[in-house]
Write a protein that binds this ligand. Structure first.
Ligand code: FBP
Length: 560
């Protein structure tokens, strides 16, 4: 349904005029590229297991697109479908726009439908035809509202079978799955199933997640990370300024990023707060919850000795899963909840539920579970998502930390080791960053990813992730092609079972971004080195409107 023009903001009107720039190789159209294939590939780990599960799509070569032509590119009319899967990330609409334009430029008769509400739309045959006029209103906008998203996982034989049938009914030749590591794993499984059944339909993945944890040697970044971190950095910068103006509060800011601390690290670079907790370091150092608390308390005391009873502490939302004892508890709970789903569902009160799981946990883990505040214990027992993930965005880790910090400071006060005043304020920035207008970087990147997906389809490739790289250069210098999804896989324990999944990219403690942070953090702790990045700039000088993340800059400088 087209929106009334009166419902469109001035910025949306201006953004509608933004024309994303394509990489040179795609400029003549998605059908006019030369395909350069590399050598056979292997998965990052567990090669035998992954090969066994993906007999028909394992070992595919990396594909690069160059300027030129491929006479064997599909000439027949293609009907493609796109599905947005998982959490929202700025730029999803531009993936659809790039895909649509790439298909249409190759052949006006090519068509595109969008499955509604995520992968469940495939199973329910719920879709809409992507219409040029309506799409125009969504170009360069945030959100996934044109076709919505969802977290359904297609994994049973029946679901694969009905996916195949429903693609047939909807006359779909190619499916594009826009998602994170779990959704792209799902894309690879559908590609494998179709190939095994000798069905000539292809499946392509597109790397999406604000969390930034879908990246590797080939996929430089997932889309949405740039815009989301810029959005959070604006908010955190504003809080830093408020803190230094009022000089009376400690602000604890939890930032999204379920399994990795990339968002927190990047926002740290952009704003330089006093404390930045990095989950991956806490895990590597095997820090207990009380050690983490003590490390924060040390900074609070140091600052208070200088008369500064204020500061800012960034907490990654996945922190809880990085604390070894908590990680062990969550993993044991995952298994217990998966093995006893029916019995557990019959229990109504929180106390009954807690007693039930505690009865199945080891003594140590049961003691830990009982020692947690009621709210946290209940959040840990909440439903897992279809991919087996605990809903960390609902766990108020910052409040747990504050409760423990207050206790510790009170103890130290009694011993005359702390004379300051501790007033805290909590914030959680998550959903605020997922649907903003994509930055110029994300607007260009997502459009190129979608257009490039069209090129992969037109070249009959399946089981590939759309790849656009060389991202620190101007878009016309970006490289593009496809990376076999199986190449990124290993076997991990999910929902109590071993499953093939794309390996998540966590913050690499030996990588340049983390090392650069370590060099600076002591200074940030005691001083007010705050940086106030302000809002995302869509217009104006390129040193503010076109730059992307520090993380990518550091990572790429390391490769040179
Ligand atoms: P994706 O990995 O699907 O992109 O989602 C990431 C994320 O935004 C996390 O940062 C957050 O923990 C989670 O989604 C929240 O999920 P939901 O949208 O289901 O509340």
């Amino acid at each position: 349904m087209a929106r009334k023009t009166s419902c469109i903001s001035e910025l949306q009107r201006e953004r509608a005029r933004f024309k994303p720039e394509l990489p040179e190789a795609l400029k003549k159209g998605a059908a006019c590229v030369k395909v350069v294939k590399g050598k056979p590939t292997r998965s990052v780990a567990d090669q035998d297991k992954v090969r066994e599960l993906f007999k028909n799509t394992y070992g595919l070569p990396i594909v690069k697109f160059k300027k030129g032509a491929n006479p064997s590119a599909k000439k027949k009319t293609i009907n493609a479908a796109v599905v947005l899967s998982g959490g929202q990330a700025p730029g999803g609409h531009n993936v659809i726009a790039g895909l649509f334009d790439g298909l249409k430029r190759a052949n006006k008769k090519n068509g595109l439908i969008g499955y509604l509400g995520g992968p469940s739309g495939i199973l329910k045959k719920s879709f809409k035809k992507i219409d040029e006029k309506v799409l125009a209103e969504y170009r360069n906008t945030g959100g996934f509202d044109y076709i919505q998203s969802g977290r359904t996982k297609i994994e049973s034989v029946e679901q694969f079978c009905s996916t195949k049938d429903n693609l047939d009914v909807c006359d779909v030749d190619a499916l594009v799955v826009v998602g994170g590591d779990d959704s792209n794993t799902n894309a690879a499984m559908i590609a494998e199933y179709l190939k095994r059944e000798n069905i000539d339909k292809c499946v392509i993945g597109v790397p999406k997640t604000i969390d930034g944890d879908l990246k590797n040697k080939y996929i430089e970044t997932s889309f949405g990370f740039d815009t989301a971190t810029k959005t959070y950095a604006e908010l955190v910068g504003n809080i830093c300024r408020d803190a230094v103006s009022a000089q009376k509060y400690w602000h604890f800011v939890r930032l999204m990023g379920r399994s990795a601390s990339h968002i927190t690290l990047e926002v740290g670079f952009k704003t330089r707060p006093n404390i930045v907790l990095i989950g991956e370091e806490i895990l590597a150092e095997k820090m207990t919850l009380s050690k983490v608390v003590n490390s924060i308390v040390d900074v609070i005391i140091k600052r208070s000795e200088d008369g500064k009873n204020f500061g800012i502490c960034l907490v990654p939302e996945g922190l809880i899963e990085f604390i070894p004892e908590m990680k062990e508890l969550i993993s044991a709970l995952n298994d217990i909840l998966a093995d006893n789903a029916d019995k557990f569902a019959e229990l109504s009160s929180m106390e009954e539920k807690k007693n039930f799981v505690c009865g199945k946990l080891s003594n140590e883990l049961s003691d830990l579970m009982r020692s947690l505040p009621a709210g946290i214990a209940s959040q840990l027992m909440s439903d897992r998502d279809p991919h087996g993930n605990v809903a960390v965005s609902a766990i108020e880790t910052e409040k747990l930390l504050i409760e423990m910090i207050q206790k510790r400071l009170a103890e130290l006060k009694k011993k005359d080791k702390y004379k300051g005043k501790f007033s805290s304020i909590t914030h959680f920035f998550g959903y605020e960053g997922r649907c903003g207008f994509p930055s110029n970087f994300d607007a260009n990147y997502t459009y190129a990813l979608g257009y490039n997906a069209a090129a992969l389809i037109l070249n009959g490739l399946t089981g590939y992730m759309s790849f656009v790289g060389n991202l620190l250069k101007a878009p016309k210098q970006w490289e593009c092609g496809g990376i076999p999804i199986t190449m990124m896989m290993n076997v991990e324990r999910r929902n109590g079972k071993d499953k093939p999944v794309i390996r998540k990219a966590l913050v690499d403690l030996s990588g340049k971004p983390f090392k650069e942070f370590v060099k600076m953090r002591d200074k940030w702790a005691t001083s007010e080195s705050y940086v106030f990045p302000g809002p995302i700039q869509y217009f104006g000088p390129i040193n503010v409107s076109a730059i992307t993340t520090r993380t990518l800059q550091y990572e790429q400088s390391e490769k040179k």
